[in-house]
Design a protein around this ligand. Structure first.
Ligand code: T4K
Length: 399
């Protein structure tokens, strides 16, 4: 055991500082200072300011979408979306997603109907929703995960044949395309996240995209105040505004998107090269798109083959200052607030349940170098080679 060099066993950590999982874009200081000076000179902090308007125009042009409506974060965007779409009763949503997708339904007084996901792509599919449809379901919220996408055309055909509204939580999918069409143009609307961990960062931020003029007018009125545009009646409004400081960072991040995407792609390929040699580690490649942002490195850890569970591996990596994390956990249909409805008491979603036990996220983004990827994969490989000793170690510490 003393020969095993892991921080968890007392060796110095592989990285001096925590290596985070997200993109965490930081512009250089001079650019940041000059952008903030502009805000000070204009004496204008928020409420549809010039930088937000410029950012919205750039997004519309880049995505080829009629309306890009910037908001405080994607969670608010999803809540506003449910209101703008005038959804009622039940909405189908995958249980394998971030809690914000489902919380947006709770805020809107809607009931989630959880579906499972495809084991290979991790995306929801028509096959997973056909059997859970009932007369109270009014909409489907597709979630495009990991810089990939659901099988959108099949979902669209299914939605229209059953008279269901279809919209997308595309928090992970900024910049991705399917053929010549960018994500942002599908369904009734799509919502992006510009959180600091995402490839396009407004520090916190998001955007609702739609090609429907009336829906856009409703969204702008819900977001409230300046920038509301044509007045249309809406029941609820919210302060969903993006501030000028958020937009300033977003504009810089947007300019550097091609460079960051390229870098992520390069790092992703390195991960693939190293990880494919390790038994029991399966790197998930973005599927369903022809161009991905590669903003996530997500792997399944097969405990039976790798020897250690995902949780033990995450623990081992965290001790090395690699902020790997499980992603997502727990399965949303198991949460007490969603578990007490009749349908969920005995609801089993085997793929979601397996993925919540086996998936982990590894670092990619601005602070990750080629050497870091090599080092991370080297540690995972050593963990596999030392699995028997590590299993004994973990038994000893009762975790
Ligand atoms: N739909 C889906 C499918 C989503 O995944 C998300 C969010 C949403 C909707 C909602 O989008 P937003 O409302 O957030 O726009 C993170 C992100 O906040 C969130 O955007 C993401 N998905 C979710 C899965 O993960 P947290 O609370 O774990 O993030 P946080 O702030 O702890 O950051 C993650 C790591 O990065 C930590 O290790 C700390 C580090 N970090 C973070 C920030 C912000 C830094 O080192 N520096 C920083 O400035 O949720």
């Amino acid at each position: 055991m003393h020969k095993l060099k892991f921080a968890l066993l007392g060796s110095p950590p592989a990285f001096k500082k925590k290596l985070p999982v997200g993109q965490l874009y930081f512009p250089d200081w001079q650019r940041y200072e000059s952008a903030m000076r502009g805000i000070f000179e204009r004496r204008y902090y928020t409420n549809h300011g010039p930088l937000v308007q410029k950012f919205e125009a750039k997004l519309q042009e880049y995505l080829g979408v009629k309306h890009a409506i910037c908001v405080t974060n994607a969670t608010i965007g999803l809540i506003m979306a449910a209101e703008a779409l005038e959804l009622t009763r039940k909405v189908i949503v995958p249980a394998y997603t971030f809690i914000a997708s489902v919380q947006s339904l709770s805020w809107a007084g809607l009931e989630p109907v959880f579906c499972d996901v495809d084991p290979h792509t991790h995306q929801m599919s028509v096959e997973k929703i056909e059997h859970i449809l009932d007369e109270n379901v009014t909409a489907i919220m597709g979630v495009n995960l990991w810089g990939g996408a659901c099988d959108i055309s099949k979902l669209q055909a299914f939605g229209s044949s059953h008279n269901l509204k279809l919209y997308f939580d595309s928090a992970h999918a900024f910049g991705c395309s399917i053929g010549t069409k960018k994500i942002g143009n599908f369904g009734e609307l799509e919502v992006f996240s510009f959180h600091a961990t995402k490839i396009l960062s407004a520090t916190e931020g998001g955007c609702v995209c739609t090609n429907d003029n009336l829906l856009a007018a409703r969204l702008r009125n819900i977001r409230s105040s300046y920038g509301a545009g044509i007045p249309v009646p809406v029941v609820k409004t919210a302060n969903g505004r993006m501030s000028e400081a958020q937009a300033a960072i977003a504009l810089m991040s947007f300019e550097e998107f091609p460079k960051n995407q390229e870098n992520n792609y390069h790092l992703f390929k390195l991960y693939k090269q190293y990880l494919q040699k390790i038994p029991g580690i399966l790197l998930i490649e973005p599927k369903g798109v022809t161009f991905s942002n590669y903003q996530y490195v997500v792997c399944e850890v097969d405990k039976k083959i790798f020897g250690l569970s995902r949780d033990k591996l995450v623990m081992l990596l965290n001790a090395e200052n690699i902020a790997s994390r499980r992603y997502f956990y727990p399965p949303l249909h198991h949460l007490p607030q969603y578990n007490n409805g009749l349908q969920n008491k005995s609801l089993r979603l085997p793929v979601t349940e397996y993925l919540c036990e086996s998936c982990m996220q590894l670092p990619i983004g601005q602070r990750v170098s080629e050497d870091a990827v090599k080092k991370i994969c080297g540690i995972i490989e050593r963990a596999y080679e030392s699995r028997h000793q590590l299993i004994s170690f973990f038994k000893g510490v009762h975790c």
